[in-house]
Design a protein around this ligand. Structure first.
Ligand SMILES: N[C@@H](CCC(=O)N[C@@H](CS)C(=O)NCC(=O)O)C(=O)O
Length: 270
């Protein structure tokens, strides 16, 4: 999601909607896949926006990894002086943890890398340099190439603000804006195919036989395509189903927030 406060009207209307429980308002939840002692405060604190797939990535990851964490919904408060004091980029997901040099960490992929390193989660982020390089490459390629296309294609439908300097954020008319989002939609097919042919290379996941942090990042990203009824190729549909099957509730619970938001915006368009 882009960085403008204009996202807030969408949040407000969403709060009034059927997805209210999913979006919530500045709520805190402590969670652990293991039987955590309820009295103990989790060391790991995530600040999230629930309709966001950038956030969904980390939300899926902490659940799949069985980490003990607390989650705060910061919808509408990323530009407050308190939040900006911790995170001048006002971006979520944001991890707060003792021991981080500046107390806070943002960028979904960096958070998953850090937590994998810290907790020795090699099954999600292999240690062997060549294997790890492929996961890193897939995530950089996603953030640098695929995601900007997905954002330009879906943000208009999602009601999210677009990035400065792009047609969608400009004074261009509706025809030009529609053309721009159509061009972005058409551009998605190529990087998608690169994920299949190069990064998966005949295996079910980028991580080989098991989902890696790059797979979590990719599957979450593709969730947004439902906003524009993008027809995924058959392998893509099978891949998404395989991810959800492998990760179970760890995937479907945060995915439900994104899907609920998409269902809400679609219902408003009718
Ligand atoms: N590349 C970043 C993107 C983060 C991002 O754009 N976060 C948006 C939500 S999708 C956000 O927190 N926006 C709130 C704001 O800018 O105030 C990541 O993967 O974490």
């Amino acid at each position: 999601m882009a960085k403008k406060t204009a996202a807030k009207p969408a949040a407000k209307s969403a709060k009034k909607s059927a997805v209210k429980p999913a979006l919530g308002a500045a709520t805190k939840t402590a969670r652990s896949a293991k039987a955590a002692k309820p009295a103990k405060k989790p060391a790991l604190h995530l600040n999230v926006l629930k309709p966001s797939v950038n956030n969904m990535s980390v939300r899926v990851f902490v659940r799949a990894a069985g980490l003990d964490f607390a989650e705060s919904d910061v919808w509408g408060s990323t530009r407050t002086p308190e939040f900006l004091a911790k995170n001048p980029a006002h971006l979520t997901p944001m991890l707060e943890e003792k021991g981080l040099p500046n107390g806070a960490l943002w960028e979904s992929c960096a958070i998953m890398q850090y937590l994998s390193n810290k907790h020795g989660l090699e099954k999600f982020y292999p240690k062997a340099p060549a294997k790890r390089a492929m996961i890193d490459s897939a995530m950089f390629y996603l953030i640098g190439t695929l995601y900007p296309y997905v954002a330009r294609a879906t943000y208009p439908a999602l009601g999210f603000p677009q990035y400065a300097g792009e047609v969608g954020a400009s004074d261009a008319g509706p025809t030009e804006k529609t053309e721009a989002s159509k061009a972005a939609t058409a551009a998605i097919a190529e990087p998608l195919e690169v994920f299949r042919t190069f990064y998966m290379n005949g295996t079910p996941f980028i991580g080989g036989s098991k989902p890696s942090i790059a797979d979590i990042r990719l599957a979450a990203t593709l969730e947004f395509l439902a906003a524009i009824d993008y027809a995924l190729p058959d392998w893509g549909t099978a891949y998404m189903a395989a991810m959800e099957k492998k990760l179970g509730k760890a995937y479907s619970e945060p995915a439900a927030d994104v899907r609920g938001y998409i269902a809400h915006v679609k219902s408003q368009q009718k």
